[in-house]
Design a protein. Structure first.
Length: 76
């Protein structure tokens, strides 16, 4: 189950407390302690292509957009 489909199902079950509780018990995504899915982009929430150098925590796409405003320069 993908993260987005989990969120959609939660929204549908808000009015049904018993089913909502059971759904969360059996289908909640597990909390990660290590690996790729632990760190997310601060800006957009992507998991892949993550840049954590200098404590930035941006994905590569967001880093390209924000780099000049942060103070990075493109040398080539």
């Amino acid at each position: 189950m993908s993260y987005s489909s989990y969120d959609k199902a939660i929204k549908q079950l808000v009015g049904k407390p018993a089913k909502h509780k059971k759904f969360i018990k059996h289908n909640a995504p597990k909390t990660r302690k290590y690996g790729k899915a632990v760190r997310k982009c601060k800006r957009c929430g992507r998991i892949g292509a993550h840049n954590k150098k200098y404590g930035l925590d941006f994905c590569r796409q967001c880093f390209r957009e924000v780099a000049s405003s942060i103070g990075f320069k493109k040398y080539s």
